[in-house]
Design a binder for this molecule. Structure first.
Ligand SMILES: C[S@@+](CC[C@H](N)C(=O)[O-])C[C@H]1O[C@@H](n2cnc3c(N)ncnc32)[C@H](O)[C@@H]1O
Length: 413
């Protein structure tokens, strides 16, 4: 409903601005229709009057235009905020993230095309984008997220069994260090095995949304907390048996840029000796070689999307390779015990969604000419990807990974 009101206000505002501009155009046309040789002194003074009037109209139109640009910027900013909130919607799988009229109107303000106006998008995750959501891509039969969580559960159960710790609540206290609806839903479903659950996000609005979504499912001892790992006082004295860092690394730039090199030493402060750390991540796109025209285009779409995010003055996800995680874990005395990779599969819809992320950033470009050219390029990319990434085909590119490591603070390495 709020979306609809917003669109209505925008339309009324724009038509109010458009009317004087059209009037100015009509005056100009009338003036031009008077042949120069017919003019006597009275006509000249009348033309002079008209000229003055036209000048005044043009000045007013210019001022209105400036106001319209400001209005668009303000509307775009408030829309962006609203869009971010929608992205935090507790269940993004069912939330119709609004590619609705106001969003498309702003994205296409400098063109006249609104053909994507009603495009809904429902995929969870997709390849990385800006904002606060990331995660797994959809596969044909089973969500890779499920497979990744199953792998972690299997690894943890097996490791605890080897230590003769397969009693109830054997997972002990579990920290979800970068929580979200997927990891929290999975951990809530494992409550029989856990003694306590602490879920952390740096985003207060996400914490609130998760509180709402899981309010009937959390036990009294479970907590959803807002905090930043860059804050050295956050969660002091807290110790966990298991820590899950599920797509946390890639999202750090959005909250504490360049803290990635310190995140593992920060997390292991909260991990008991012998405790398990599970790191889930997306291998950066630039680390994978395209194997077909479609995957080449996929990589290009990701580059252009990130360029749009940067040109809008926003921050992109910054993913790190699995090898980088291995090196970091060694430095904080975590022994790598197992790891696994899952190829990512992309459908035409997911590719188009990434192009749309780029389009959504155009109103924030500092230069309208650049935004216009980028809009054309995005349309061209969309055309180009349409054939190799047609609806019934999916393309495998890059991978997500899980790294399982045991905290061994006493080890010599
Ligand atoms: C992409 S989401 C993780 C996906 C999530 N596990 C899920 O299942 O949907 C990244 C999470 O890491 C959190 N995060 C990023 N940087 C952080 C920081 N510096 N301190 C605390 N949390 C952070 C974000 O607030 C968000 O909750």
């Amino acid at each position: 409903m709020r979306r609809f009101n917003f669109a209505a206000v925008l339309l009324v505002g724009l038509s109010a601005i458009g009317q004087p501009l059209l009037a100015a155009q009509r005056n100009y046309d009338r003036q031009m229709s008077v042949a120069a040789h017919e003019l006597g002194a009275p006509q000249i003074s009348s033309v002079q009057l008209q000229l003055n009037h036209t000048m005044a109209t043009l000045t007013a139109a210019h001022e209105l235009n400036t106001a319209a640009v400001r209005l668009i910027r303000t509307a775009a900013t408030s829309f962006d905020n609203a869009h971010r909130m929608f992205k935090l919607c507790p269940d993004q799988n069912v939330c119709d993230v609004p590619y609705s009229f106001p969003e498309a109107a702003m994205a296409h303000m400098n063109t006249t095309q609104l053909e994507n106006a009603q495009k809904p998008t429902k995929e969870a995750g997709g390849y990385t984008q800006d904002g606060e959501t990331a995660g797994n891509t959809s596969s044909s039969s089973q969500e890779p997220g499920d497979l990744l969580f199953q792998f972690i559960a299997h690894h943890l159960d097996k490791s605890l069994e080897q230590r003769d710790r397969s009693d109830t609540t054997s997972w002990g206290t579990v920290l979800d260090a970068g929580t979200g609806m997927h990891s929290l839903a999975w951990l809530v479903a494992q409550q029989k095995k856990t003694a306590k659950l602490v879920a952390v996000t740096a985003s207060p609005s996400q914490a609130e949304a998760l509180q709402q979504q899981f309010k009937d499912k959390l036990r009294p001892q479970d907590e959803i907390l807002t905090g930043d790992w860059a804050d050295s006082t956050f969660l002091s004295n807290f110790q966990a048996d298991v820590i899950a860092a599920d797509y946390l690394i890639g999202a750090i730039d959005g909250f504490s840029p360049y803290f990635q090199d310190r995140i593992f030493s920060r997390l292991v402060q909260h991990l008991k000796p012998g405790g398990w750390l599970y790191v889930v991540g997306l291998e950066p796109f630039s680390n994978s070689e395209p194997t077909s025209k479609a995957t080449e285009l996929l990589q290009q779409v990701a580059r252009v999307r990130d360029a749009c995010i940067l040109l809008a003055g926003h921050r992109c996800y910054r993913e790190y390779p699995q090898e980088w995680v291995h090196r970091q874990l060694e430095q904080v005395k975590c022994r790598m015990d197992a790891s696994e990779r899952w190829p990512n599969v992309y459908s035409a819809r997911q590719v188009e969604r990434q192009i749309q992320v780029g389009r959504d950033k155009l109103p924030f470009f500092p230069d309208t000419q650049l935004a216009d050219e980028m809009a054309k390029y995005l349309d061209q990319l969309s055309q180009e990807t349409r054939k190799p990434c047609s609806n019934d085909q999916t393309h495998s590119f890059g991978f997500d990974y899980v790294v399982c490591a045991e905290h061994q603070p006493e080890s010599s390495s």
